[in-house]
Design a binder for this molecule. Structure first.
Ligand code: PMP
Length: 436
């Protein structure tokens, strides 16, 4: 018996995943060429699973600012924010974030994960209740575990269930903190924020919105779902990350609460870790400027998201409930998801494989994230490749319009050259023609 024996079942599941082809959890790019293309084992692939929503990782302005800061201020701060790790540029980025959101204060963390860990574990204390959406990101769950508040899960995107659970707390002392996400990372659906804000007001709770996937994506100014829904005044804490639309790494929380800055000496994941390197702070500050000055980035992203979502929908795939830059295809089983993911990689498309228990309702997903940097041709290639493999594996049948064309084409061929309509090509056993 060793201390790692508890992971035997997990190791077994991982071995099964690896035996199906490439290891989806240790993909290593030879070279990343641009926000939308990389080289993997000598082959060019379209990047379709990167969260690089605005394509800013290669923005020349962001790179210039990062290089300048690197040369001027060195490679790292080697200290936490409360020791030697706060430079003028860290403070300036916090001022910029607070001004962007029109609130009093901002705190920059070393990752978005740590922002959730820090804020949730410190603002809600013993005797308080945190009410989290059941589909919350791991960082939200972990932030709850790090603190001393009672945690209550409510049904995903269900304000009535939230209200019911709050009503059961009536008469109990302590504060209530509701936690939701702007765009949910697995299926790309948005929170019903207007209704959630109404519940918040009715029950005199606080509200935290994690805009990790919606900053730079939603809202007239790119501030996220709360801006789009017109409920920013109801949000007490906005959490976000620099690792998606802003193309770098890091996280933040902004708030209009007058005493928010006390968290700088109370929030352990802020206090006891090294601060972000100056180069990262510089590129993020420039990326924020791009978000503010170039609304065309959001328009391009939105058009690409529409094109990809509608294209896959027309091919018969079962997707998340709404158009969003996160487009996930529901898979009938883990085995099919693995075969699909491997076949896509062979065909030059990289996207994310998301497996239970990390997915809503334990449904395996092929998760893509669209970028403003994708060309129309890349999106169309991805749709055509996914559709061909989907038909091959029996995940979808041919759409009715194309079925007629194929039938006509096949009718003109000699019998031996005709192909079955779908799902029976090659020597792979057809998977039940089932979509979830
Ligand atoms: N919140 C949500 C909703 C996320 O999806 C993520 C990252 N996937 C994070 C927080 C953490 O962000 P970071 O990568 O900056 O740690």
């Amino acid at each position: 018996m060793t201390i790692l024996d508890k992971f035997k079942a997990l190791q077994g599941a991982y071995d099964a995943v690896q035996s199906a082809g490439r290891d989806p959890f240790s993909v290593c790019f030879d070279e990343v060429l641009s926000p939308s293309e990389a080289v993997l084992k000598g082959r060019r692939v379209i990047l379709l699973g990167t969260n690089n929503y605005l394509g800013l990782t290669f923005d020349s302005g962001c790179i210039d600012k990062a290089v300048e800061a690197l040369v001027q201020a060195g490679t790292g701060t080697t200290g936490s924010r409360i020791a030697n790790g706060t430079y003028g540029d860290h403070a300036e980025l916090e001022r910029r974030l607070a001004a962007f959101y029109g609130v009093r204060s901002a705190m920059v963390f070393s990752t978005g994960y740590q922002a959730n860990l820090g804020i949730l574990s410190s603002v809600a204390g013993r005797g308080d209740h945190i009410l989290i959406d059941a589909d919350s990101h791991a960082s939200i769950y972990d932030g709850c575990r790090l603190g001393n508040a009672e945690v209550i899960r409510f049904r995903h995107n269900n304000p009535d269930d939230l209200a019911r659970r709050l009503s059961r707390l009536k008469g109990q002392p302590g504060n209530r903190l509701i936690v939701v996400e702007g765009i949910y990372s697995m299926l790309g659906d948005t929170a019903p924020l207007k209704e959630i804000a109404a519940v918040k007001r009715e029950w005199n709770a606080h509200l935290l919105v994690d805009e990790a996937h919606s900053l730079g994506v939603l809202g007239g100014n790119g501030r996220g779902l709360a801006e789009q829904a017109g409920v920013e005044a109801d949000v007490d804490f906005t959490v976000g990350t620099f690792s998606k639309s802003l193309g770098a790494v890091g996280g933040f929380c902004v708030s209009n609460l007058p005493d928010f800055d006390v968290l700088r000496i109370a929030c352990r994941p802020y206090m006891f870790t090294a601060s972000l390197p100056p180069s990262v702070i510089a590129s993020v500050t420039q990326a924020l400027t791009r978000v503010q000055e170039d609304p065309g980035l959001r328009t391009r992203l939105s058009l690409n998201a529409q094109r990809f979502y509608r294209g896959l929908e027309a091919e018969g795939f079962v997707l998340g409930p709404q158009v969003s830059p996160i487009v996930s295809i529901r898979m009938p089983s883990t085995e099919v998801a693995l075969a699909f993911w491997n076949a896509l990689l062979e065909a030059g498309i990289y996207l994310n494989l998301a497996l239970p228990p990390a997915t809503p309702d334990d449904v395996p997903l092929l998760r893509s994230s669209v970028s403003a940097a994708h060309s129309g041709a890349q999106i169309d290639t991805a749709i055509a490749t996914i559709a061909a493999i989907g038909r091959d594996l029996g995940v979808v049948t041919e759409p009715p319009s194309r079925r007629t064309e194929t039938a006509k084409r096949q009718a003109g061929l000699p019998e031996g050259l005709r192909q079955p309509a779908h799902g029976h090509r090659h020597d792979r056993a057809p998977v039940a023609e089932r979509t979830l």
